[in-house]
Design a protein around this ligand. Structure first.
Ligand code: C5P
Length: 227
């Protein structure tokens, strides 16, 4: 078991990113947002004006894209060919296309290899690493010392996403965000390669009734009680 790795998986809108970053900061750990990697590749695909339904073309763009991921939980940088794209990867175009891009087997192979390298690099430092995504506990780091699967009702997840979007200056209404959340989860859970699912040995944490501080508190307890 890799004691220093905390794997956090689950669908969108469970507060995963916010709580992962906060947990990493409190633990003095590094942080890796694997969703940001799939989003950055998707941005490259959209910029190349390639059909997201064409796996060979998507793979070609993914191979050519140079991705640099920062692992500081307080300022997680995402560079695509040396350009900071932290904002661009959160827009509706990328959000709408990312599930198609992340379903391409070669894209996953490429990014999973990079993710494992980043995790190995982070483990050279004290403090460990908090990794968030959809397949961390099942595929990327099945040997993680702690695996948590976050869930929440789809209503709660849509509400959080809507609030987050408006606080970050993106518009969007609850109805369309709810539809997007449900659609993306269905695509992520239904894909052939590395579908979203709870690892058999992951702890499940339902965040529907919890605020950020409440979730982080539960996670800290799980970290303390591991092994
Ligand atoms: O976590 P986030 O919402 O930023 O992830 C964006 C998308 O990236 C997900 O909807 C999913 O399609 C993909 N993803 C994935 N595997 C991961 C992380 C994200 O397929 N480990």
């Amino acid at each position: 078991r890799l004691r220093g790795v905390v794997a956090l998986d689950g669908p969108s809108g469970t507060g995963k990113s916010t709580v992962s970053r906060r947990l990493a900061a409190e633990l003095g750990a590094a942080y890796l947002d694997t969703g940001a990697m799939y989003r950055a590749v998707t941005l490259a695909v959209l910029r190349a004006e390639v059909d997201t339904g064409d796996p060979a073309e998507v793979t070609r763009v993914a191979r050519a894209a140079r991705l640099t991921m920062g692992t500081d939980p307080l300022a997680p940088a995402v560079l695509l060919d040396d350009e900071g794209v932290e904002q661009q990867i959160r827009g509706p175009e990328v959000t709408g296309a990312v599930s198609a891009v992340s379903a391409v087997a070669e894209v996953r192979e490429l990014l999973v290899a990079t993710q494992r390298e980043l995790i190995a690099g982070a483990l050279e430092e004290p403090g460990g690493v908090v990794v968030e995504g959809r397949d961390i506990g099942t595929v990327v780091a099945p040997e993680a010392g702690l695996k948590v699967y976050l869930t929440a009702s789809s209503d709660a997840r849509a509400l959080r996403r809507t609030k987050q979007d408006s606080s970050e200056g993106r518009d969007g209404d609850l109805g369309s965000t709810h539809a997007d959340v449900v659609r993306r989860d269905a695509l992520d859970s239904g894909r052939k390669v590395a579908p979203l699912r709870r690892a058999d040995d992951a702890m499940e944490l339902d965040t529907t009734e919890l605020d950020v501080a409440g979730v982080v508190e539960q996670l800290n307890k799980l970290v303390e009680s591991r092994d």
